[in-house]
Write a protein that binds this ligand. Sequence first.
Ligand code: IPE
Ligand code: IPE
Ligand code: MG
Length: 224
Amino acid sequence: MNPLKHVAIIMDGNGRWGLKYKNSRNEGHRAGLKTVEKIIKQSIKNKIKFLTLYAFSTENWKRPKKEVEFLFTLLENFLESKIDDLNKKNIRLKIIGTKNFTKKINKLIKLSEKKTYNNKRLQINLALNYGSKSEIINAFKLIKKENKNINIKTLDKYLQTKDIPDPDILIRTGNTKRLSNFLLWQIAYTEIFFEKKLWPAFNEVDYNKIIKNYKRIKRNFGNI
Ligand code: IPE
Ligand code: IPE
Ligand code: MG
């Protein structure tokens, strides 16, 4: 049975779910947050140590201003109302991506990261304004500036995911088979699961099924 340390998720399909059931994309985002809570709980039950959630990509700024604003209001409310609870549950929150949001959100993020910094049960990496291509470019810029040798180890160390093992599982919900600029370097040997269900409809049973299937896969890493 394969060990499982790190699950990464592209939480896609909120907008379509919202339009279908509530006549509003934003209501889909709100419903998506409930799935996030379910998956956090289930990750702890499965003794997973790292959960990386793609919440907002560098490309998502192209969306209508109203939707972007709604997403950040949801984030703000989530952090304000849940961070103490996450902290009590011994969960660490780390943001990956470029942190250039409003002053209020930047402050809230900093505080949340600081508060939960020493927590050990589960680390949630929330990918916000995250794009894998810029992450890699920024890493190379820093390596060049510090005049370090370019090799796999150095690049690993200069990415925002340093100190985090590569994902064992990548899940993308929402019935689309693409990576949308997520963790391109880190998923070189990750087991990928494309899930038809939209993110708000995804649940513990679906998640556990994926985990069960993953555990049985023969992972070769080039070997036989
Ligand atoms: C993913 O759901 C959440 C974000 C990108 C913030 P979408 O909003 O992309 O939902 P669909 O793909 O349009 O249904
Ligand atoms: C990927 O979903 C980003 C997140 C889930 C945050 P998108 O809905 O933005 O992806 P594309 O644009 O359809 O590839
Ligand atoms: Mg989408």
